[in-house]
Design a protein around this ligand. Sequence first.
Ligand code: PGA
Length: 261
Amino acid sequence: MVLWIGTSWKMTKTQTEAIAFASRLRIGAAAGGWPRVQPFVVPPATAISVVRDALGPDSPFVVGAQNAHWEDVGAWTGEVSVPQVADAGATLVEIGHSERREHFGETDRTVNWKVRAVLRHGLTALVCVGEPAEVRAAGGAREHVLSQVAAALDGVPGGSRVLLAYEPVWAIGEKGREPAIDEIAEVTQALDAEYGGVMTALLYGGSVSTANARDLLHTPGVTGLFVGRSAWDVNGYLHLLRIAADVAQEAGEVAAATVPR
Ligand code: PGA
């Protein structure tokens, strides 16, 4: 089992700050890294190429973009395309984060177009889904999320490089509420049952911290974490990577001990 541990910096960090962060990651990787962990960072578009360079050649870190347009080129002022973010050094594209759905008109339909564009160019799609508080309160979380994923993956062939990030809207950001494991397990189990054979990994995101990461990584179906605030300081991110490496190692030992001899 590989645990995917990544952070989106959202609209934070200058190039200088991004390079300083990436340089620390490079040192951590050179010092042995994090076995059975797939780390990734998702800088703002302005810092993708400098982060890629600062991480150096053969880095274990995947570098992503926070968004990309579904068209390859054209008159779309303010947008960047998949070929452009790939050119800057991204091999993964985050799509459909709740902040983009809420503030920038992202819909299930545009998410699907973007997923297809990302896969068409051979990059990995990180698809974010999650229910708002009122849907959760009405008991519709599982249904809402399954329908978002079905729409996002419409027409996408099995075996594509797709990561799902389950991020309940009510758990994200400064006003977010830390979830109970039971609350998210209901949804992650359903996603695992439906898409376990299709997706590359199932990440949880929303108020992840060094205090709850270990428990979150033991949630049924969860094979990674997608982190905002707690990983914006490089020490926080390095701490989370260490926790994940420990969890992955323990899981490996348990698996080895239970293999019949
Ligand atoms: P947060 O953000 O960790 O700061 O809650 C998570 C996210 O938006 O992915």
